[in-house]
Design a protein around this ligand. Structure first.
Ligand code: FEO
Length: 176
């Protein structure tokens, strides 16, 4: 059984994963309107991945006798300055998510909830990957700068990265 403290903290994380999904979905839609098909495919997949993170938490909370709450969400930004700005935002956002996961891990230790602590290790590893990927993309975009043909090839590269993300989502769904 989850303690009230762990339960409410997990529900806060459910909200953060849900809002991450909305945020990336909005970025995907914007990228699609800019003709950036690779970028938008990648971001649509990323939005799905965050939804999977949310769902995993909801199911875990319910399994442990709590109630996973589906949250109300704020409207995310709908337009973005550039592709680079989008990925800089993603990196910033993922760092925030990592910090929240780390706080959750700490709460579990304080509450002596080793089952939830164990469950959260999946998120700890996932965050390492997500941050590394966002950082790698931001670095690439810095190299590209204002080079239009560079952006064209970058867009194509993201299409194949999106396929990898999709495989990660399927794996994540089956991990438990
Ligand atoms: Fe679910 Fe990107 O954190």
């Amino acid at each position: 059984m989850l303690s009230a403290k762990v339960s409410s903290s997990l529900n806060k994380q459910i909200e953060l994963e849900a809002s991450s999904s909305q945020y990336y979905l909005s970025m995907a839609s914007w990228a699609e309107t800019q003709g950036l098909n690779g970028v938008s495919t990648f971001l649509y997949e990323h939005a799905d991945e965050e939804r999977m993170h949310m769902l995993k938490l909801i199911k875990f909370v319910n399994e442990r006798g709590g109630h996973g709450i589906v949250p109300a969400l704020k409207q995310p930004p709908v337009t973005f300055k550039s592709v680079k700005a989008v990925f800089e935002e993603i990196l910033k956002h993922e760092i925030k998510v990592t910090n929240e996961i780390n706080n959750l891990v700490e709460i579990c230790l304080k509450e002596k909830d080793y089952t939830t602590h164990n469950f959260l290790q999946w998120y700890v590893s996932e965050q390492i990957e997500e941050e590394a990927l966002a950082r790698q993309i931001v670095d690439k975009l810095k190299l590209i700068g204002d080079d239009k043909s560079g952006l064209y090839f970058f867009d194509r590269d993201l299409e194949s990265l999106a396929a990898k993300t999709k495989a990660g989502i399927d794996k994540g769904k089956n991990d438990r």
